[in-house]
Structures are given as structure tokens and as C-alpha cells.
Design a protein around this ligand. Structure first.
Ligand code: SF4
Ligand code: SF4
Length: 357
């Protein structure tokens, strides 16, 4: 179950960044070694170190701890669906299930424990995380190894029952985004989507309230479930979908102009241990193989973050046209508006912080 535009309405924690510094940065956005880039309703800290390959392990860890808010881990590859707006239509996820080796998962958690990682871990990439009950063991292990991390996932909801939800909660998950679909080939329909959400909420015995009901675009129902953030939604991907690195054609296709901050704030790990620069890139798509930034069999997560993403960040920090696979990507496109002040800030960051300016 893949992640989508929900992050446009779900606040990502900025707690890793000093509130005092950000408040002064909001007045003056560029300092000698860091800058505050507006991103939706908050700021993301951009550091000079983001654009320099760092070899020292402790310095790598410091930068990672200051910057990374989310690590996405695909513990296995299987998904039961082939949604029309998803690369799974063309790239099979229903055949062989690639399961992340437990030694590799151990390694990721152990490395993150070295900084007492406090960000989010998501268990959804192009798989359906609840298709296999092994997710419960993976959650428990993360809960024990990383007590301060917040465990989260997207799901298509197909495997959820009230009992399973209870087990998932007990295993440690505290954020769940249930993205409901009408059928692998069925296009969005307001009435059918609203009814689908209502049926799901009733089946699960949940109460709550509608937060978004925008006809033709999206519906979000916020459910009350213990202290879990639980949102059930349905979205029209022809309006708000992404081209997934050029693998999906949608009606909203247009050129990307704004910076992308994903390679500053997140890490994405495929079930086979490959690390990719963002959620839109997959190691099992032949055209994407040139975009991989590491393999956790050989590299540490800190080495990959502090060395291999440097070029991506320099390419993406400015406004203007992008190279493939980013040229038509609309992910978070509107979160950094092209005001004169922000365009100037991005140019100053590029000029002063990168090796290219
Ligand atoms: S549920 Fe649909 S959108 Fe999600 S990963 Fe599977 S095929 Fe893709
Ligand atoms: S702009 Fe590029 S790096 Fe950013 S999310 Fe899109 S494809 Fe990924």
C-alpha cells in the first residue's frame, strides 16, 4: 500500500529541529551553514553538510539525527492488488514474495538504535503490510529496539478486522492510514467512495468524524481508536496522484518546478535491501536501477544518507525544470510556493552550500 498525498494534510514532526532556531530562522532564513526552507505550514532545516560527502561516522549520525524524520521499510514485497494508478499494474507484486532477510532488518534497527532514533518508521512501500502476519513480529522488534520511534503505516485495509487491529496496536503501531480503493481498474466515484469508507468504518466498529469531503478529489474520515492516529481515506488519483518516477500516466500530469526536500528528510528501503532516494523509485523497476543510492548488505544507512544523496539534494534544491525521474513528479510540489523570497532563498542555498554554486 503506497504512500501518497496524505502528507499534505498530516503534519510531520519538526521536533528534531530546534524550535528557537527555527523561530529566528523564520525571520532571517539564511545563515552561514544552515537555512530554513518553508515547507507547507512549517520549516525544514537545510544544512551546508547536506551537500558535502561526510566520511566520519559520528558526523554522519549527527546529520542523520538532525534531519531524518521518516524511514520507510518494506519488510516484504507482496501486494494483493494491482491498482490502475500504481506501478504494480506493470511490475508484479503478486508472484514471488521477496522477504527482507531478518539479519538485514536487525541491522537497520540496530543502526538506528545508535542514535536512539526518534522519527517515524513506515512499513508501507509497494507492498500491503498486513498481507502477512510477520508484520507483527517486525513491529514488536522495532518497538523494543527503538522505543522512541513512532511506528506507522499505510494499508489498503483488505486484511483488517477489529481483532487484527487490536494485535497491530499491541505490537506497537501508532499511526495507520487506510487508503480504500474501489477496484483495481475502477476510477474514482464520489458516492461509491463515500459508501466504501462508511462500510469499512462500520465493519471495523469504529467511530469518528469526516475531516475532508472534497467532491471529485478526496474523502478523509478520522477514526477514534485508543491513542492511535487512524485515518481512513479515498482519493482520486487522477487529481492528486504521482507519476511514480515516470511509470504511471495520470490526468494531472505536468512539469515539476519546485524544490524537493525528500532526500533531506527521509530514507526508503526496499525488501531486497536496496535504498532509493524517494518513495517513487523502486529497485525492481529496470528503468529505475540507475537511481539506487545503496544496498544495506554492503553499506550503512548513515553512509548512504551522508554520501549518496548529496547529488540528489543539489539537483533538487532550486526551482526550475528537473531531470528524470523528477521532471513530472508532483509529490509535495505545492508545499514550497514560488514566491520571490523563497526562489531567492533556494538560489542562495544552492550558491553558498553546494559545490556547484
Ligand atoms: S494496494 Fe494498490 S496502490 Fe497500494 S501498493 Fe498495492 S497495488 Fe499499489
Ligand atoms: S521530485 Fe524526484 S526525488 Fe523528489 S519525490 Fe519526486 S521523484 Fe522523488
Amino acid at each position: 500500500m503506497l504512500m501518497g498525498r496524505i502528507f499534505n494534510v498530516v503534519k510531520v514532526s519538526a521536533s528534531l529541529v530546534s524550535a528557537r532556531w527555527l523561530s529566528s530562522a523564520a525571520r532571517r532564513r539564511l545563515f552561514s551553514d544552515r537555512a530554513a526552507m518553508p515547507f507547507g505550514n512549517r520549516y525544514v532545516e537545510i544544512r551546508k553538510q547536506h551537500f558535502v560527502e561526510i566520511a566520519d561516522r559520528n558526523a554522519q549520525k549527527r546529520l542523520f539525527a538532525l534531519s531524518v524524520e521518516m524511514v520507510e521499510i518494506e519488510v516484504f514485497s507482496y501486494c494483493n492488488r494491482k491498482c490502475w494508478f500504481c506501478p504494480n499494474v506493470d511490475y508484479d507484486r503478486r508472484g514471488a514474495n521477496v522477504i527482507m532477510e531478518s539479519s538485514l532488518y536487525d541491522k537497520v534497527l540496530k543502526e538506528l538504535s545508535e542514535i536512539d532514533y526518534k522519527g517515524k518508521i513506515f512499513y508501507s512501500r509497494y507492498n500491503e503490510p498486513f498481507a502477512d502476519r510477520m508484520i507483527l513480529d517486525r513491529l514488536r522488534q522495532a518497538r523494543t529496539t527503538l522505543p522512541k520511534a513512532r511506528l506507522c503505516t499505510f494499508t489498503n485495509g483488505d486484511y483488517l478486522t477489529p481483532e487484527f487491529l487490536g494485535e497491530i496496536y499491541d505490537a506497537g503501531l501508532r499511526e495507520m492510514y487506510v487508503s480504500l480503493y474501489l477496484g483495481n481498474k475502477v476510477r474514482f466515484d464520489d458516492d461509491r467512495m463515500e459508501a466504501r469508507i462508511e462500510r469499512f468504518v462500520e465493519k471495523m466498529g469504529l467511530s469518528g468524524s469526516w475531516k475532508i469531503r472534497t467532491r471529485g478529489v478526496e474523502y478523509h474520515f478520522k477514526a477514534d481508536y485508543r491513542d492511535m492516529e487512524l485515518v481512513v481515506f479515498g482519493r482520486n488519483f487522477n487529481e492528486i496522484g504521482y507519476d511514480r518516477g515516470g511509470t504511471v500516466q495520470l490526468a494531472n500530469a505536468c512539469t515539476r518546478r519546485s524544490p524537493c526536500l525528500i532526500p533531506f528528510t527521509a530514507m526508503y528501503i526496499d525488501a531486497n535491501g536496496s535504498v532509493v532516494p524517494c518513495c517513487n523509485i523502486r529497485s525492481d523497476i529496470p528503468d529505475h536501477r540507475g537511481y539506487l543510492v545503496g544496498d544495506l548488505h554492503n553499506d550503512s544507512i548513515y553512509d548512504i544518507y551522508a554520501k549518496r544523496l548529496v547529488g540528489w539534494r543539489a539537483e533538487l534544491i532550486r526551482f526550475g525544470g528537473k531531470k528524470t525521474p523528477c521532471d513530472m513528479c508532483l509529490m509535495h510540489e505545492t508545499k514550497i510556493p514560488a514566491t520571490q523570497a523563497i526562489v531567492t532563498l533556494s538560489e542562495e542555498i544552492y550558491e553558498k552550500f553546494t559545490q556547484r554554486g
